[in-house]
Design a protein around this ligand. Structure first.
Ligand SMILES: Nc1nc2c(ncn2[C@@H]2O[C@H](COP(=O)(O)OP(=O)(O)OP(=O)(O)O)[C@@H](O)[C@H]2O)c(=O)[nH]1
Ligand SMILES: [Mg+2]
Length: 476
């Protein structure tokens, strides 16, 4: 399947109009700037080898060098040839067997602030120009070497801050991104054929018409489910990317701050016998299995009279509303509150229970409360340090419960792609609403086909491309 997809893509992108000057040769540092053992400098464009050669002492050796073979050279200034800048290794690539599909040279020199900079300057003096952001990958795309989503994946691999993100981006880079979208494309075209048939044979017997209408409905429903599934995966992936909030909430004095401190491993939050100790929220971030988790200790919920405490409680309620996970802390020796009776898990939010202070009392009432609501709970004594491991395991399981059930092979890799998929979903819904007018339904199908072309990059404008590649770093 991958091979077939690759073939389609190659044919598709090779049709792109190339709006570039091939003699324009670009140069940039591909490795990070600053101190480092080595630095990699990339040169791309028709005159790459000619330009590099003027900066190499062993001219004949470089000219005869086989492609993709590493050789050692002396790098000199192109005009002041006695000025030796570095001992380097260089690799030659001949079009189209290179990253950009153009002639290329890769130079490995000593790292640091000075050497790579001097080499770059020499290459510019010899006729190259500094590359813009993402210009190498942009050229690869315009030359039909890579698809748009693959090019975008390159940037995402580099920008990853978690292993899940990196794996997802790599999947797209290896060609997994567009496969499903191309299947949707095929399905929409079949759907359009069905709809156009229905228009043409509108005088058919009712029975046949019903059959066609049923088939159209099934196809639309299937498409819609598939797209919604991908948007959901995207939402989860974004959460993994940006991190999630875990709010520690519950009645006053239940031991929320004690639990927060237990998780942090030090006395971060003030703990006191007085009710209403915590007034403002306190938050700290931890990484759990690659996911950034922000724990938030909040003000205990009660009918407060003092203004400051009231404000704190308002904040607590906000966190209850918007956190991904709510750790509801309830003391075993206290009665169930009205608020606790209303607790419930939703699609957007997981609620879990912590029955605290079990060294003071045993509460079947609280156990039943959580059991009846199918809310998982843990019984602890937050003042005991040895409970830390159990608490962490419990929280880890809650996170697993949310994120392990989803697959990460989502077709949507970034904001641009997400926006297009959302627009496609709207079009699909519009088809559903146009049951009585096949002409309108056909229009919406055509819109979807257009949006898919936008997604894969079959249709692009200079403006869109610039926007995409401006997010890249220089040298990529
Ligand atoms: N015996 C016992 N006492 C506890 C336990 N957890 C907390 N406490 C005590 O309960 C009191 C309140 O604890 P906090 O952690 O401040 O409770 P809180 O929920 O943050 O309280 P507020 O911020 O006032 O809403 C303190 O005196 C703690 O030492 C526990 O597991 N067992
Ligand atoms: Mg507190």
């Amino acid at each position: 399947v991958l091979f077939a997809v690759k073939k389609i893509l190659t044919e598709r992108y090779s049709k792109q109009v190339i709006a570039m000057d091939p003699t324009d040769t670009i140069v940039a540092l591909a490795t990070a700037q600053g101190q480092g053992a080595l630095a990699l400098i990339r040169v791309s464009g028709e005159r790459s080898a000619t330009i590099v050669q003027t900066c190499i002492a062993e001219k004949e050796k470089f000219e005869k060098a086989a492609e993709r073979i590493v050789q050692l050279y002396t790098f000199i200034h192109p005009h002041n040839t006695r000025d030796v800048i570095d001992r380097i290794t260089a690799i030659r690539y001949r079009a189209p067997r290179s990253y950009t599909s153009e002639n290329m040279v890769e130079i490995l020199c000593h790292g640091g602030d000075i050497t790579p900079e001097r080499i770059l300057e020499s290459l510019v003096d010899a006729g190259a120009r500094y590359a813009g952001r993402g210009e190498f990958t942009k050229r690869a795309f315009l030359n039909g070497k890579t698809s748009l989503t693959k090019a975008e994946a390159v940037n995402r691999i580099i920008a990853s801050t978690t292993a899940i993100q990196q794996q997802h981006a790599l999947g797209h880079y290896l060609g997994g991104g567009e496969a499903l979208v191309l299947i949707w494309d095929k399905e929409v075209r079949e759907l359009l054929a069905d709809i156009e048939n229905a228009i043409e044979f509108s005088a058919e017997a009712d029975e046949d018409r019903n059959k066609t209408a049923e088939r159209i409905e099934t196809r639309v429903e299937k498409l819609k489910t598939g797209i919604m599934q991908e948007l959901k995966k995207r939402r989860y992936l974004k959460e993994v990317e940006h991190g999630i909030d875990v709010a520690i909430v519950g009645p006053v004095n239940a031991g929320k701050s004690s639990l927060f401190n237990l998780i942090m491993g030090y006395e971060r939050s003030i703990v006191d016998t007085e009710e209403g100790t915590t007034r403002d929220f306190i938050s700290e971030q931890r990484k759990i299995d690659g996911i950034k988790v922000r724990f938030i200790d909040t003000a205990g919920i009660r009918n407060a009279s003092k203004c400051v405490e009231k404000k704190g409680i308002e904040k607590s309620r906000e966190f209850i509303k918007k956190s991904r996970i709510v750790l509801w802390v309830s003391a075993a020796n206290e009665q169930t509150t009205e608020e606790e009776k209303l607790l419930q898990t939703t699609e957007q939010q997981k609620v879990v229970g912590i029955i605290n202070k079990i060294d003071l009392a045993h509460s079947t009432e609280k156990q039943e409360l959580f059991c009846n609501k199918k809310i998982p709970y843990l019984e602890i004594s937050a003042i005991k340090r040895e409970e830390k491991e159990r608490v962490e395991l419990f929280i880890r399981n809650c996170i697993y419960d949310i994120y392990n059930r989803i697959e990460y092979d989502c077709v949507i890799g970034n904001k641009r792609q997400e926006k297009i998929i959302e627009e496609i979903l709207k079009e699909v819904e519009a088809i559903k609403r146009s049951v009585n007018s096949e002409e309108i339904a056909a229009e919406h199908c055509k819109n979807i086909i257009g949006k898919i072309e936008e997604f894969t990059g079959k249709i692009t404008t200079e403006e869109i491309l610039n926007k995409i590649f401006d997010e890249f770093c220089i040298g990529k």
